[in-house]
Design a protein around this ligand. Structure first.
Ligand SMILES: C[S@@+](CC[C@H](N)C(=O)[O-])C[C@H]1O[C@@H](n2cnc3c(N)ncnc32)[C@H](O)[C@@H]1O
Length: 385
């Protein structure tokens, strides 16, 4: 079916849900144990995953996939509900944070290792930190990072302590993420070692306080366009792909990247959604089409898919070819209805579109202040036929 016709028929499936607005954000995770071990601006809320588990009637032993798993919200929420899950992401930091959050631990062993770690006598190490790190973090904190990084190295729970150190390092940094750029704003910060110790013991307590969960979680560094999963192996997909915009999120994670380099994790260059703006929209939808086709391949018949996505706004000179092969290369000021376009693609691939819940509406801004139209953030619900 042509896009225009599809779009007309879609109208009665669109439902406004402003009360779910916060669920498309990481904000509700901030006070939550485990979820808050790593702050991920692009993340969504645990409660959204819980709502979808209920909506889809998922039960213990089922398998959920999040091909754009980010910091692992879907995986941790599924694990807590006794549901097995698999996640992939291209960003090493996200994969790392998700794996540490989803892993099983022996809290006694963690306490033992923490005790040894914090008893060690401080030694100043001559580490060469990159310039960006020196701009973001004061020199005393950098000395602490060097000392603790090398002390953690031999521990059995090295990854757990590394995430705690990363968490504390971000808290003492002067960096502040403003949209797509990092700004440096100096302000008084507590000593890193104190904060690190506090974070470690809080994380151990989170584990001690949590119910034991027996579900399996697999986290892989990989590309959502080519999943390492069998055909028809998944009962549901709960995910949120990158939005169509020109923010290179990979640049926002300098401190995180430094920690990953220490762990010798290579960075992958297949981040969806960051390209030259003129070809960006076209390439984005091509990539998303491939990702949707993969979701369709790995889903069992009857499996549900939930996708949280925000629409985009392209400025005058930016070209776009929409499904339907029309090319708009002239002056355009327009909203790209990513939610409807993805739903159309999904229906062409073989999904039924059940609902589009509109969670949020915000102004599209030009030059960061001029209001130009309204952008939706939506939750698309699909079902494999
Ligand atoms: C909106 S975030 C998902 C956040 C996640 N729901 C959470 O709660 O943390 C989108 C994610 O897609 C990842 N990503 C971008 N391109 C990808 C690709 N080709 N394959 C897999 N993941 C990709 C990004 O690294 C980012 O973590």
């Amino acid at each position: 079916m042509q896009y225009e016709e599809f779009r007309k028929q879609l109208t009665h499936k669109v439902e406004e849900r402003p009360e779910w607005k916060e669920l498309a954000t990481f904000v509700p995770n901030k006070p939550l144990p485990v979820y808050n071990w790593f702050y991920y601006k692009e993340g969504f809320a645990k409660q959204l995953v819980e709502k979808l588990i209920e909506m889809f009637g998922l039960k213990e032993g089922d398998m959920v996939l999040d091909p754009f798993c980010g910091s692992g919200t879907t995986l941790v929420a599924c694990k807590q509900a006794g549901i097995n899950s698999a996640g992939t992401d291209v960003l090493p930091t996200a994969v790392f944070a998700a794996s540490v959050k989803a892993a099983n631990y022996n809290p006694e062993k963690l306490r033992e290792e923490a005790k040894v770690l914090f008893r060690r006598k401080f030694r100043k190490l001559e580490w060469e930190f990159p310039k960006i790190m020196r701009a973001m973090i004061n020199k005393y904190a950098l000395d602490d990072i060097a000392f603790f990084s090398s002390s953690i190295d031999g521990l059995e729970n090295k990854d757990f302590f590394t995430l705690a150190l990363l968490n504390a390092s971000i808290k003492v940094s002067y960096a502040w993420k403003d949209g797509g750029v990092i700004k440096i704003r100096k302000h008084p910060v507590p000593p890193l070692r104190k904060l690190f110790q506090r974070v470690v013991y809080r994380m151990i307590k989170d584990i001690e306080d949590s119910e034991p969960a027996h579900a399996a979680v697999v986290v892989m560094q990989g590309d959502a366009r080519k999943l390492n999963l069998d055909d028809g192996s998944v009962d549901a997909v709960i995910t949120s792909p990158p939005y169509l915009n020109n923010i290179d999120y990979t640049k926002l994670y300098a401190i995180e990247d430094f920690f990953m380099k220490m762990r010798h994790v290579p960075n992958m260059r297949s981040f969806l959604g960051i390209r030259d703006m003129t070809e960006q929209a076209e390439a984005y939808f091509e990539d998303m089409n491939a990702a949707l086709a993969e979701m369709h391949r790995v889903c069992k018949p009857g499996a549900h898919v939930a996708i949280v996505i925000g629409n985009a706004y392209l400025r005058r000179s930016e070209a776009l070819r929409e499904p339907g092969e029309q090319t708009f290369s002239k002056a355009i000021n327009r909203e790209i209805e990513t939610d409807f376009i993805l739903a159309h693609m999904a229906s062409e691939i073989g999904f039924g579109v059940e609902k589009i819940y509109v969670l949020n509406k915000r102004f599209a801004l030009e030059n960061r202040t001029e209001k130009k139209g309204i952008l939706r953030e939506s939750l698309i619900i699909l079902k494999k036929k």
